[in-house]
Design a protein around this ligand. Structure first.
Ligand code: BES
Ligand code: MN
Length: 457
């Protein structure tokens, strides 16, 4: 190892407690982007972010208004023009912590149990941001940065990053770079280093049915009046056929099928039914299309999932009511070539053709993003792969992520740059769920990996 490299690694090991303290501070901001009640918390967290960037020696620090939650920029551009420029991406927003009663410690009161740090955003992705900052701080402590760095830390990823593309479009120079490092991904297990090479796209909907003018006595009117909850249940049940295929018109028209070679590679990954069972706690792995293995169903096939469905009385005991409204929140995960607009049009057609005249309906369309694939033979991915090999002592697996990071496609479209995906979350980290956690051992390995990655470039 070069002097600077070993000095940087040593610094990061000596500063683990400090990095951890920073992560505690960061998690304490309840940065729920979906909830307007947290508007001020979002700004406070953005301000904390710039302070931390300042501490690690970054310059030209700015908070930008995008129309939504604040966007943080900073840079360090002293490596010279012959050295690559990287945009390091992060999002300081988190998903809502509900249901609160299932958390063992408060979602915004970080707590370590069994060498795991519990708290909303610990894994997705405040932990990944603090790891990236710690890595850069360590390298800079040990000498000069061997590359130019720009930071893009946004507050709206968990609600679809709707305002960011427009801002990038107007500030192309600000984010001009050779590639993006996006640590919002993950690995496959504590001892299974891995590099993601694809993300699914997404499109979101809310379907609202209205029946009678007000809630009714289900004995006085039940039978004569169509119940919006019954009708919504019928409609959403009809969105899959008996083989688990989605029935929305045109849903599969644009799907790019996997090649035989890629299917063979995917079959070798440690992502069989056991993996999904172990990491989910589900009794059997039977969701989705019958004719595909779980690894393909969860990462390379499109899906339709209800994320929330509500109507009528959900409190304790019995209430014989015929509700006047029913709503379902739905998202579809998309694979390469599928366009959110096409899926929206299909959903609209499905409702036109299937909703009974006994209710009125509205389809609200949420944000969308297309799927992306990252080439795995670039020098950046090789540098990352070598870094993981150094830290874990084994070659990483290459896998597709079933989740979405909308800005990855936008950076490609607007700036023509590829995002190298990484991140040190685990599949059982409970992201978007109660008791989200971060494995600290894995996190420390992640910081080391990022340091090696910077030098390998
Ligand atoms: N970090 C996740 C993406 C991810 C998911 C990485 C699973 C690794 C494994 C990201 O923050 C995320 O959750 N994105 C949202 C985007 C959506 C709200 C537009 C998602 O996928 O649901
Ligand atoms: Mn997330």
């Amino acid at each position: 190892m070069t002097d600077q490299r070993s000095k940087a690694i040593e610094f990061s090991h000596q500063n683990r407690q400090k990095f951890l303290d920073k992560l505690f501070d960061y998690i304490k901001f309840p940065t729920v982007s979906a909830d307007s009640a947290h508007k001020d918390d979002m700004r406070a967290a953005a301000e904390w972010t710039i302070e931390r960037l300042q501490e690690i020696g970054m310059e030209n620090i700015q908070i930008h208004e995008t129309g939504g939650h604040p966007l943080v920029y900073a840079d360090h551009l002293h490596a010279g023009e012959d050295k690559p420029t990287v945009v390091i991406y992060g999002h300081y927003d988190v998903q809502p912590p509900d249901p609160l009663e299932l958390w063992e410690s408060g979602p915004f009161e970080p707590e370590i149990r069994d060498n795991k740090l519990y708290g909303r955003g610990s894994s997705d992705m405040k932990g990944q941001i603090i790891a990236s900052m710690g890595a850069v701080e360590s390298v800079l402590f040990a000498g000069e940065l061997p590359l130019n760095i720009k930071w893009m830390i946004e507050g709206e990823e968990e609600i679809g990053s709707a305002n960011l593309p427009n801002f990038i479009e107007k500030n192309k120079e600000l984010y001009a770079c050779d590639f993006v490092l996006n640590p919002d991904g993950g690995i496959l297990g504590e001892e299974i280093p891995a590099i993601p090479y694809a993300l699914r796209g997404i499109v979101g909907f809310e379907i609202e049915l209205k029946g009678p003018a007000a809630d009714l006595h289900s004995g006085v009117f039940g039978g004569a009046i169509l119940n919006p909850a019954n009708e919504l249940a019928r409609l959403v049940a009809g969105m899959h056929d008996e083989n688990g295929r989605i029935t929305i018109p045109g849903f599969y028209d644009q799907v790019q099928e996997l090649t035989t070679e890629e299917r063979e590679e995917m079959a070798k990954l440690p992502m069989g039914d056991e993996y999904f069972k172990m990491n989910s706690g589900a009794p059997e792995i039977v969701g989705g299309e019958k004719d595909y293995p779980a690894v393909e169903r969860a990462t390379a096939r499109p899906t339709l999932d209800i994320n929330g469905i509500f109507s009528g009385y959900t409190g304790e005991g019995m209430k014989t009511v015929l509700p006047s409204h029913a709503t379902a929140k739905i998202t579809c995960r998309l694979v390469p070539n599928q366009q959110p607009e096409t899926i929206s049009a299909g959903m609209n057609q499905y409702l036109e053709e299937n909703v009974s005249s006994g209710v009125t309906w509205k389809l609200h369309k949420g944000g969308g993003a297309v799927a992306t694939i990252t080439p795995i033979d670039s020098k950046e991915v090789l540098a990352l792969s070598a870094a993981m090999k150094t830290v874990w002592g084994k070659e990483p697996n290459f896998f597709r992520i079933g989740g979405s990071i909308p800005i990855v496609a936008d950076m490609e479209r607007i700036l023509g740059v590829v995002s190298v995906l990484t991140g040190f979350g685990l599949p059982d980290d409970n992201i978007h769920s109660p008791n989200e956690k971060l494995s600290l051992e894995t996190w420390y390995r992640g910081i080391d990996t990022l340091i090696h990655f910077i030098f390998n470039l």
